[in-house]
Design a protein around this ligand. Structure first.
Ligand code: GLV
Length: 326
């Protein structure tokens, strides 16, 4: 008899087909958004599940789903998982690292360019029929090439952004991270380690790529925004909650900093209402990894993790070590 797996959100049909070769699959191609209670009921009797960042896997759910053996997150971030609770319940957790690194770094750079060069603001102006003449200072933004980029969080995606900045745009790259990169990696990224205050005070553009945790909550709040240059831009492709969005909206309104590019938000898909009213912010709906090729690779890696763990006993990209009861 085939084991049962649940795919919590819509995915590519090819990915469902690969799962159907091994499992009895319940999909959610209709994209119903389940409450935590509904998700718990859906997962009862399932051996495996694919989730995205919107489905929370915690101790209460795990206690109600004793047959669950593995949950594969279709994301590199996994702050929707209580990993210690999963380990305690002997549930394997996996994510999708590597396959999205370069695509996400591309998007971070796109958001930086769009913000510094006021791309969406100027497009809205044109579409509104307000473009009647050329002016020397019309949508004059901040320089990107040759400027200083401060990267907070120097994992794989941060390093991808650093390489683009240093090698492609001749930027000075400074970074702050929990741990310093090896001298080899620092040389490859042409990046210099600095303290958080030095980064905030020196960078022309600040890029956030830190994982979300209780420790990184509001890494950027009013106090940090006050340290940044008034000409600086801030880009958040990390997670909602890394930035205090209310403080950021106030800083943008007061022109405390020049602009922000945001792909993630506190409480998304809700967006702080003040941010929606401001011109000097570029807003995108959490799409940094969204190319067809990368989303396919992420979905397939999540499915392959279920297959690898449930059929062969070894996940491909595990987040925890699970003691399997004999
Ligand atoms: C997207 O936000 C991810 O974590 O992959």
């Amino acid at each position: 008899m085939k084991l049962k797996v649940f795919v919590g959100r819509p995915v590519f049909e090819e990915v469902l087909d690969s799962l159907r070769q091994h499992f009895e699959v319940t999909d959610n191609q209709a994209d119903v958004l389940f409450t935590p209670e509904e998700l718990t009921r859906k997962l009862q009797g399932q051996a495996g599940a694919i989730t995205t960042g919107t489905e929370r896997i915690d101790a209460a759910l795990l206690a109600a789903c004793p047959q669950l053996k593995v949950v594969a997150n279709m994301a590199v971030g996994f702050n929707n998982f209580d990993v210690p609770a999963m380990t305690a319940a002997a549930v394997q957790a996996t994510n999708t690292p590597d396959v999205l690194t370069e695509t996400t770094a591309d998007f971070g750079f796109a958001l930086l360019m769009a913000t510094a060069r006021r791309l969406t603001e100027s497009e809205h102006f044109l579409r509104a029929g307000k473009w009647t003449k050329w002016r020397y200072d019309m949508f004059a933004g901040a320089e990107v090439h040759g400027s200083t980029l401060g990267i907070m969080g120097m994992g794989r995606i941060g390093q991808g952004i650093a390489r683009r900045a240093a090698h492609g745009f001749g930027m000075q790259v400074i970074y702050h991270n929990r741990s310093r990169l090896s001298p080899d990696l620092e040389a490859q990224c042409k990046a210099r380690y600095v303290s958080k205050p030095e980064l905030l005070q020196t960078a022309d553009h600040v890029m956030l790529v830190v994982p979300y945790s209780a420790d990184s909550h509001h890494t950027i709040g009013a106090a940090e925004l006050a340290q940044m240059k008034s000409t600086a831009t801030l880009v958040n492709i990390a997670r909602g909650g890394i930035v205090d969005d209310a403080a950021l909206a106030q800083a943008l309104k007061d022109r405390r900093i020049a602009g922000a590019g945001l792909d993630v938000f506190e409480g998304e898909p809700q967006v702080h209402p003040e941010l929606l009213t401001l011109q000097n912010v570029v807003l995108t709906p959490h799409i940094a990894s969204a190319t067809v090729k990368t989303r396919m690779a992420m979905a397939q890696l999540a499915a392959d993790n279920l297959i690898a763990y449930l059929i062969r006993g070894q996940a491909l990209t595990p987040l925890n070590t699970v003691q399997v009861q004999a």
